[in-house]
Design a protein around this ligand. Structure first.
Ligand code: G16
Length: 543
């Protein structure tokens, strides 16, 4: 078989965002677009001759075609073996698990996560390093730099590889091993959690509903919840992965997972609800008519970690992204362990986990995980919650309310303004920066601005510095508003406004977050001039 060197010209828009390169499918389908980016990855990571790569994706539209291209390029770029999920499928946390378990030279994951799929939907690609985690900024910057100077890529001329049966085949001297996408991951979950106790809980009539949103977690959920834990088959809804996610938006939040929300807030609601996203790394946890804010979820998992066998020995530390609420900080303080505040993006947790500084990590964006892999992990979070519920024999709501009573409540909400014109979004951020000099000391209703800055982070392990990570407005009572532009969208700009206030008074814990935060929400609109600059007066998504 022949290795072809194909002449190409660089694209100027291949800068990875918060998590890899995400673009519309038609962009990826342009001649040479995917190939250029893959070559830029291979050139930047200096592939050792004969090494192994992990490869898989969330099954969205264009996954299969992209897998074939990448296999042929891997064969032409010196890889000796590729472990690829059956049918080209691997959830993001399962890919991280495979990279680590089989010590592969990292992996390529195809996903645009929670973004919609289909011929006009989104596609994405990212490289994870040999620790199993998303490439850090210095690697993604090198990939971007390389993408701007490419003149050719290498690809094997060969027929497509059969991916639907497990087993091994040869591709121009490289071995292609089609692996079970679920088995290693499910085994790992069994080692971390008390499956016996969860099985008993479910056998005792506790009712679970998991929404796979027609995305990658369907087969994982069926293997784990139905086969291994004995839940009824109907416990998993939208279980069949579809290339366009059934036309849905596979983002597990109150807006997009409305089908599940309606079940959990309806008559005869189950005891526990959960959903995961396109590639299986996000999670949403619901009790009966009760939503668990992701920031609270991290704090509650940390406070109850000793109930899960995999964490019974205690936690080294916790890390959270800057916009995530400080609920976890309070738990860390009580446990006498450190809590780190990083920029948004799971890639910032990798060094801390590799150095043994933290065990649990979490983000307000529905991501929670631990050092068992180097990605956030949706089903892991669901199993952790089920383990806690089984051990404490309390409802989700009771567990959360007890937590608030003990630690106080970090009342929290995020307002997203999606699809803003770039100019308007950039104008808001510039206006906020311009206000830094005058805001401190200003009184606004019952709040007084104490500080404002643009968050920057120095990695305590390798000293690398990341600036411009979000505008923080802090108030004298500890409340805060954070403004950030999303780094995962593909059209226009998404402005995220994160609102947080601390409420120690138990008699106010029943308040709806939107009510409790009403004054801060108004202040955010006024400080940012968002209405005037964008013409929008309501967010598209509230979580
Ligand atoms: C990615 C990152 C997360 C980040 C999230 C939101 O998640 O992996 O660490 O919190 O994006 O980013 P943004 O606010 O920039 O849109 P995922 O699930 O999309 O891979």
């Amino acid at each position: 078989m022949n290795i072809r060197k194909v002449s190409t010209t660089p694209f100027n828009d291949q800068k990875p965002g918060t998590s890899g390169l995400r673009k519309r499918v038609p962009v990826f389908r342009q001649a040479h677009y995917l190939e250029n980016f893959v070559q830029a990855i291979f050139d930047s990571i200096e592939v050792p001759q004969g090494t192994t790569l992990t490869l898989g994706g969330d099954g969205r539209y264009y996954n299969r075609e992209a897998i074939q291209i990448i296999l042929k390029m891997a064969a032409a770029n010196g890889f000796g073996r590729v472990l690829v999920g059956q049918g080209g499928i691997l959830s993001t946390p399962a890919a991280s698990c495979i990279i680590r378990k089989y010590a592969t030279f990292g992996g390529i994951i195809l996903s645009a996560s929670h973004n919609p799929g289909g011929p006009d939907g989104d596609f994405g690609i990212k490289y994870n390093t040999p620790n199993g985690g998303p490439a850090p900024e210095k690697v993604t910057e090198a990939i971007f730099a390389r993408s701007k100077e490419l003149t050719e890529y290498r690809i094997l001329d060969a027929p497509d590889v059969a991916l639907d049966e497990m087993g091994e085949s040869d591709l121009g001297g490289m071995r292609v091993q089609v692996i079970d996408p679920v088995a290693d991951y499910a085994k790992m979950m069994e080692a971390l959690f008390d499956f016996g106790a969860i099985r008993q809980l479910l056998a005792g009539g506790f009712r679970l509903k998991f929404d796979a949103m027609h995305a990658v977690t369907g087969p994982y959920a069926q293997e784990i919840f139905v086969k291994r834990l004995g839940a009824p088959a109907a416990s998993v809804m939208n279980a069949v992965p579809l290339p366009d996610f059934g036309g849905g938006h596979p983002d597990p939040n109150l807006t997009y997972a409305h089908e599940l929300v309606e079940v959990l807030y309806g008559a005869d609601a189950p005891d526990f609800g959960a959903a995961s996203d396109g590639d299986g790394d996000r999670n949403m946890i619901l009790g009966q008519r009760f939503f668990v804010t992701p920031s609270d979820s991290l704090a509650i998992l940390a406070a109850n970690a000793q109930l899960a066998p995999g964490y019974a020995q205690g936690l080294a530390g916790i890390a959270r992204s800057m916009p995530t609420s400080a609920a976890a900080d309070r738990v860390a303080q009580a446990l006498g362990i450190p809590c780190f505040e990083t920029p948004t993006g799971w890639k910032f947790f990798g060094n801390l986990m590799d150095a043994g500084e933290v065990t649990l990590c979490g983000e307000e964006s529905f991501g929670t995980g631990s050092d068992h892999v180097r990605e956030k992990d949706g089903l892991w979070a669901v199993l952790f919650w089920l383990n806690i519920v089984a051990a404490r024999k309390q409802s989700v709501e009771a567990i959360v309310r007890e937590h608030w009573a003990k630690f106080g409540r970090n009342v929290y909400s995020r307002h997203d303004y999606e699809g803003l014109p770039l100019d308007a979004a950039n104008g808001v951020m510039k206006h906020l920066h311009d206000s830094f000099a005058t805001l401190p000391g200003t009184k606004m209703g019952s709040y007084q601005v104490q500080f404002c800055d643009d968050f920057s982070y120095t990695d305590p392990v390798d000293g690398s510095v990341s600036t411009g990570q979000g505008v923080r407005i802090g108030f004298s009572d500890g409340s805060r508003i954070v403004f950030r532009l999303s780094g995962t969208g593909t059209e226009g700009a998404t402005l995220r406004i994160y609102l947080e206030a601390y409420e120690p008074d138990v008699s106010k814990h029943h308040l709806d977050a939107q009510v409790a935060l009403a004054e801060l929400i108004e202040i955010a609109a006024s400080i940012s001039e968002l209405r005037e600059r964008s013409g929008r007066d309501q967010p598209t998504v509230i979580t």
